[in-house]
Write a protein that binds this ligand. Sequence first.
Ligand SMILES: *[C@@H]1O[C@H](CO)[C@@H](O)[C@H](O)[C@H]1NC(C)=O
Ligand SMILES: *[C@@H]1O[C@H](CO)[C@@H](O)[C@H](O)[C@H]1NC(C)=O
Length: 185
Amino acid sequence: MMKPIHFLIFLLLVFSVAGDEPVPAPWPEQFHALMLMNKSGSLEIVDLWYDWVNGRNFNIIQKQLGKLTYDLEWNNGTSFYYTLDESRTCRIVHFEVGILRPNWLDGAKYLGQRHVNGFLCNVWEKVDFLWYYEDVVTKRPVQWIFYTGREAHVMTFEVGAVLEDEKWQAPVYCFQKEEKKKNIE
Ligand SMILES: *[C@@H]1O[C@H](CO)[C@@H](O)[C@H](O)[C@H]1NC(C)=O
Ligand SMILES: *[C@@H]1O[C@H](CO)[C@@H](O)[C@H](O)[C@H]1NC(C)=O
């Protein structure tokens, strides 16, 4: 049996060791990143505009030799997924939760350091979701890898960059579609 004082020292040791572990830098409230995505061999370039201040997140997705697709997400849970070509497709999806919070990595489990693509990274696991790799020196994200195997590689990371307001407008046919649905009901 441990004496209470020993148990207290033991707890202090455990917490001080845990306290030394690095934690992921919170995401800047606004940034622009160019990402290379690899989903089991399907490649995409994603132009990502994260804008927590205005409650919005934009993924402009170029599939390799494929369509340019826009994935516009609002913090109220509504996402517009559309093309701007003659096919004029638009899909609206409602999610329970909004966009990722700047501190969405809080509570991730620290796994140590790895070398990835020439960067020494701290690595965390967000359980049931992904592994996150952050440059030890600059604290910028280098990559994250989803449990599904989808890989996101960060190619540029511009803190504070904001896309002009007029670009955050889903095309008119996104809304016509909703009205059509309403008329049927
Ligand atoms: C994409 O991932 C697959 C494995 O899923 C790998 O074989 C391939 O080399 C990767 N491609 C690139 C360009 O990283
Ligand atoms: C969420 O916000 C967007 C942008 O303001 C809007 O178009 C959409 O209708 C909103 N969704 C809901 C469920 O209020």
